[in-house]
Design a binder for this molecule. Structure first.
Ligand code: HEC
Length: 115
């Protein structure tokens, strides 16, 4: 009985490990991410593939590729209103995401990093 239980436990652990290692971005809800980006007017200054007032999300993903703390850095960026310089030279606080909860902001970040 005890060995049966330990087999079940190790199967569960292996399955969980497989799910987590399969892809860090497997659980991104792209529809929700884009909806929040539209609602917060992020797309006024950012596009996925092309530079606008701000960097393209592809270039952001490229910049942070392989950095373990990328999501946390972007979380700070999107919640603290860091100063950014715009193309006309003036500085303003970066837009703060207005999501209802952290999970929505984290989802948007995962989507950006998956571009
Ligand atoms: C008024 C224009 C503007 C709006 C609106 C805006 N951004 Fe930005 N964003 C910028 C600029 C400019 C930068 C470049 C900052 C720098 O490199 O100093 C930037 C940088 C970023 C970065 C890269 C940060 C880094 O560490 O490299 C991310 C990610 C980002 N914005 C996401 C968003 C999201 C998500 C929204 C909507 C909630 C948003 N932005 C709204 C102008 C904007």
């Amino acid at each position: 009985m005890a060995s049966k239980l330990s087999i079940l436990t190790s199967v569960a652990v292996a399955t969980a490990a497989a799910i987590f290692s399969a892809s860090a971005f497997a659980d991104v809800d792209a529809v929700a991410a884009k909806k929040l980006a539209r609602k917060d007017h992020c797309l006024r200054c950012h596009a996925v593939a092309k530079k606008k007032e701000g960097p393209s999300y592809q270039s952001v993903a490229y910049k942070y590729k392989g950095q373990a703390d990328a999501a946390d850095k972007l979380y700070t960026h999107l919640t603290s209103g860091e100063k950014v310089k715009l193309s006309d030279g003036h500085e303003e606080n970066h837009k703060i995401a207005t999501a209802k909860n952290d999970a929505e902001i984290r989802n948007l970040i995962s989507w950006i990093l998956a571009q």
